[in-house]
Design a protein around this ligand. Structure first.
Ligand code: ATP
Length: 898
């Protein structure tokens, strides 16, 4: 989506201060007809789309630049808003203006009104704006920072709209063209379309350098690649942070330590530096005099001729009299395993005596994925002297815990669902409950890169003095990830507003503007600290000494029966895929075929024998009426439940939204969907999208409440020895008997099968997956992290079977020195290759020869991003249409159809 030149007509820039977008889409006599869709259903603006899960965004047509014209902002004398030359301003419709129903307000980046657009211009623009046919943006040419009495100020107004509207809109906008008398603004492409700002990295706004230097080029090139290749993100981060010499960061003068009686562990130097950096970012100070470097982009400026000094935001060019409010916090983005948890706990200790504002409690709330909660508990236990920090793990309201009780702890750890309700219905955002009632001293989002809407919105709605995001991967998919993090920490306002960030940074980056790159670099310099395992200290040593990693790729030969089955499935799948490409039919079935082929590579029995018939279309399908679930036999019902459970375990996608099943339901004809998706389908056509079987709300079945934990073992599969499982066991038996090993899989059903064989072989193992409670997870990790000794050998697991989805982030599993993976997943390897690891780490990839696995690896080498997306079901920021297109391309490649 970021790649699209879609601009918001009603920017959110000023939304904190004032009104929201007019909801009416009043049709007007100016509304042109179009043969390409109804113009009144204009592509949503970026700001609208950003309010929702971007995956849900409908396909959008690009808006393009139509015209930039120069006019005035009038009525300046009536309003308090100050503007600087070059400042981006918001043009907002004001339909309730008592003097002019067509009024268009001009609002500065700080959200204060500056004036209006002249009545004649507004009269032309308003109907088109109301009909959502175009987007109008303003950039000031004049300024009133000197506060001299003025009635008007020149402004450039740019109009953007869909390309397909041009034949109809162009006549409507003829009045804006130069020939019609309007002075066409000098077309400063770099400014108008690329969001130029004139900001120099980390400084107080010198003139932009005209040439793109090498490092900047690296940033820009990197960003072009980030969408395609996650690995490029690391390079971009390195380039973005290269301005800061991290070796020169000051140490904390008196960090919590063994000597101070607070910790059992002394901080490493890089942690002490991080602590000092965090403390200073919680207490930022505005520049004390004119000429001092900008802080969060605010500089002091001299007022002209007897006027008092004022503040100028050098990024947005916003001048103001009021002292700017600086954000407190930042993004602690040290690479994985550098000890961000202990650094953050030290921040809690080091600031325990700091004064907090009125009504603010002294507690730090840490919000993180469920799998990471136990890590916080464990690290508090391991590193902090008992009694120094009071901590509590919060698993949700309803247990009688009040906000008053919560606010009395020093730290609280909570998972997202625990804090804010689970996400039944994707857009749920719970903004009530005890956590929302407390004014926190500090809120911390751990593994903060998982924060997308609505999580980010919920995090933003927590009341806190200081806000932190901890993440080892600040850019996951796109540069806008940094914008989202900025929004979460509310630092560098008003750039923390998504709309402005997109306008000033993202658009420019997309167009290769060095100025936008410099602005981003400056934002990173203000708000983010990042070192990696490869960063060297001032003596040239790595920050943490880690043993080496060795990677092994091990080819596996499928057994003869599986090979025959596999070849048939592959041939049939490729044929079906080709058919679907020809007919334009959805690729739904093909995606599940892909999953089936991957399962065949793991263990043939994961795929039912009837599967070939099913994909050949020979399976009997019921075309009778919708069957109410309560009329099914127990046996039929159990079968459906089992099928749904399997779909969940395999992380199958919903065939309607192409996303992981959310709040799943299974139809009586046996197809799983998200509840919201299938409900919408039923509303429209009451047929199963997979086989056209009639369905109704009554023919949907949901999973019964969670299986009791202790029953989990009863799901052990029969001990089937596929080629891959046999090879895995062979390796495990060859390892030193005290070596510990992680076996990752995306399919928990595969882990079931491995478990059965390990049990038969007498190899001690434990499991870690999404079905386990936080308590059980913590117990399992503690058990696995216990080194093997003669005394405990009997009950000490040497293998952990771990689900990739729930175990790849945030865990400390340094007891293991071997890792088995299907694809090299950096995050999974980082569970083991981190501080505390003493042995050499070996990473094994068991790849079934001449299969989709091998093919994918081959592609991976050529086109990393393509494969990453096909095999990972992690959400991205692509629109649904873009995602679908990308998948098609991936599949074509995998099936050898290109
Ligand atoms: N100063 C220290 N001395 C010894 N061990 C430490 C120190 N600081 C942290 N550790 C240990 O290093 C390991 C990694 O720390 P931590 O989990 O905080 O990393 P992280 O930066 O949060 O990584 P991730 O991004 O993967 O969550 C933990 O086992 C932790 O206990």
């Amino acid at each position: 989506m970021e790649g699209m030149n879609v601009h918001a007509g009603q920017s959110k820039t000023a939304s904190r201060a004032a009104a929201s977008r007019p909801s009416s889409q009043a049709s007007s006599s100016h509304t042109p007809a179009t043969t390409q869709g109804t113009p009144s259903k204009r592509a949503r603006s970026e700001s609208e789309a950003a309010d929702e899960d971007s995956d849900d965004a409908p396909p959008q047509e690009l808006e393009e630049h139509y015209v930039t014209m120069r006019t005035d902002v009038v009525g300046i004398q009536h309003y308090a808003g100050l503007v600087g030359a070059g400042e981006f301003v918001v043009l907002r419709r004001q339909p309730n203006n008592p003097y002019d129903a067509n009024a268009v307000q001009v609002i500065n980046a700080a959200g204060t009104q500056v004036g209006h657009i002249p009545r004649a211009v507004a009269g032309r623009l308003a109907p088109l704006m109301d009909a959502n046919l175009l987007t109008v943006e303003g950039r000031m040419i004049g300024q009133n920072v000197d506060r001299k009495m003025r009635y008007k100020l020149p402004i450039d107004i740019s109009i953007f709209a869909r390309a397909s509207y041009r034949p109809h809109l162009a006549p409507e906008l003829a009045w804006a063209m130069p020939a019609a008398g309007f002075a066409q603004a000098v077309r400063q492409r770099d400014h108008q379309q690329q969001g130029g700002t004139g900001v120099q990295s980390g400084t107080s706004g010198r003139a932009p350098a005209p040439v793109v230097d090498e490092r900047m080029q690296q940033i820009l090139d990197g960003f072009k690649k980030v969408n395609e290749d996650e690995k490029a993100a690391d390079g971009v981060m390195a380039a973005l942070t290269s301005d800061l010499d991290v070796t020169k960061l000051p140490l904390h003068p008196s960090p919590p330590s063994i000597a101070s009686g607070d910790l059992h562990t002394d901080l490493l130097p890089h942690q002490s530096q991080a602590l000092q950096w965090m403390v200073s970012h919680e207490n930022p100070k505005l520049p004390s005099k004119i000429g001092d470097d900008a802080v969060q982009f605010w500089t002091r400026q001299k007022g002209s001729r007897g006027q008092s000094d004022y503040w100028l935001n050098v990024a947005t060019k916003t001048p103001q009299d009021d002292t700017p409010v600086l954000g407190r916090g930042g993004i602690m983005a040290d690479g994985m395993g550098l000890g961000k948890t202990l650094t953050t706990l030290s921040l809690v200790l080091a600031t325990q005596k700091e004064k907090v504002g009125q009504d603010v409690c002294g507690a730090t709330l840490i919000v993180c994925p469920l799998s990471v909660i136990s890590n916080w508990e464990k690290q508090i236990q391991d590193h902090i002297v008992p009694g120094k920090v009071s901590s509590y793990t919060y698993h949700g309201a309803g247990k009688g815990v009040t906000s008053t009780t919560l606010s009395q702890y020093d730290t609280l750890a909570s998972d997202w669902a625990g804090s804010f309700g689970n996400s039944k219905g994707k857009k749920t955002k719970k903004t009530t409950g005890p956590l929302m009632e407390v004014k926190w001293k500090r809120v911390v989002a751990d593994e903060g890169h998982v924060m997308k809407n609505p999580k980010a919105k919920t995090f933003v709605s927590l009341q806190a003095e200081r806000r932190w995001v901890l993440t080892g991967t600040p850019i996951v998919n796109a540069p806008n990830d940094l914008g989202s993090l900025l929004t979460c920490i509310q630092v560098c306002a008003p750039l923390d507003q998504p709309e402005l960030f997109r306008r000033l940074v993202i658009r420019g980056l997309k167009n290769g503007s060095a100025e936008a790159g410099r602005l981003l670099q400056a934002i990173v310099g203000q708000a983010l600290l990042r070192r990696t395992k490869d960063t060297k200290d001032k003596d040239g040593n790595k920050l943490i000494g880690l043993p080496p990693i060795e990677y092994y790729q091990c080819p596996i030969k499928l057994d003869a029966d599986t090979r025959v089955f596999y070849n048939e499935v592959m041939a049939e799948s490729a044929r079906r895929f080709q058919d679907s490409l020809r007919s334009g039919e959805s690729s739904v079935n093909i995606l599940s075929m892909l999953t089936r082929m991957r399962q065949l590579c793991l263990s043939a029995d994961m795929v039912p024998a009837s599967y070939l018939d099913e994909i050949r279309g020979n399976a009997v399908t019921t075309k009778g009426p919708a069957v109410p679930i309560n009329s099914l036999s127990d046996e039929e019902r159990d079968k459906l439940i089992e099928k749904l459970r399997q779909a969940m375990a395999d992380q199958e996608e919903c065939s309607v939204c192409y996303d992981i099943l959310d709040d799943p339901r299974i139809t009586d004809c046996g197809h799983p969907f998200c509840f919201a998706c299938i409900t919408e389908v039923i509303r429209r056509q009451a047929q199963c999208p997979m086989d056209r079987h009639p369905i109704s709300p009554g023919s949907l079945l949901e999973l019964p409440p969670d299986v009791a934990e202790d029953d989990a073992d009863k799901y052990l599969a029969p001990p089937v020895r596929s080629a891959k499982i046999s090879e895995l066991v062979h390796y495990l038996q060859a390892f030193d008997k005290d070596d510990k090993t992680l076996v990752f899989s995306q399919f928990t059903t595969f882990l079931d099968r491995v478990a059965a064989v390990l049990q038969e072989e007498g190899i001690q193992f434990c499991r870690f997956d999404g079905s386990m409670s936080a308590k059980k997870r913590q117990a399992v990790i503690a058990q696995f992290q216990t080194p093997v000794t003669e005394a405990n050998r009997a009950g000490n697991p040497v293998v952990m079977l771990i689900s990739l989805k729930s175990g790849a982030v945030g865990l400390n599993l340094t007891a293991a020195s071997n890792v088995f993976l299907s694809a090299i997943e950096a995050q999974a390897v980082d569970r083991v290759h981190r501080m505390g690891q003493r042995k050499k780490v070996r990473v094994f990839q068991l790849i079934a020869e001449d299969t989709i696995e091998a093919k994918v690896l081959e592609i991976q080498k050529r086109k990393d991003a393509l494969v990453a997306k096909a095999f990972e079901h992690s959400g991205t920021r692509e629109t649904k249409a873009a995602k679908k297109q990308a998948r098609f391309e991936e599949l074509k490649e995998i099936f050898g159809l290109e």
